[in-house]
Design a protein around this ligand. Structure first.
Ligand SMILES: [Zn+2]
Length: 72
């Protein structure tokens, strides 16, 4: 699916979002859930039942980063 920047109207580039932890680059695997109970458990230590993943996209013109959810 082609995604466009809402401002520039050009195609977004898919990116890998990384977190710089302890001096190293760690690829971030973002997930999400719609369930409040599951979300509470996730905060205590690991998401047990996710609804899907989050993908990142970059506009190379304005540098805007957009996140889109993809259901499992
Ligand atoms: Zn843009």
């Amino acid at each position: 699916m082609i995604r466009l920047c809402p401002e520039c109207k050009i195609e977004l580039s898919k990116i890998i979002i990384a977190d710089n932890i302890n001096g190293g680059i760690v690829k971030s695997g973002l997930e999400y859930t719609l369930d409040d109970e599951i979300r509470t458990r996730a905060l205590r230590g690991g998401m047990k039942n996710r609804s899907g993943i989050i993908n990142g996209y970059l506009c190379t013109k304005c540098s805007r980063v957009l996140l889109y959810a993809t259901k499992d």
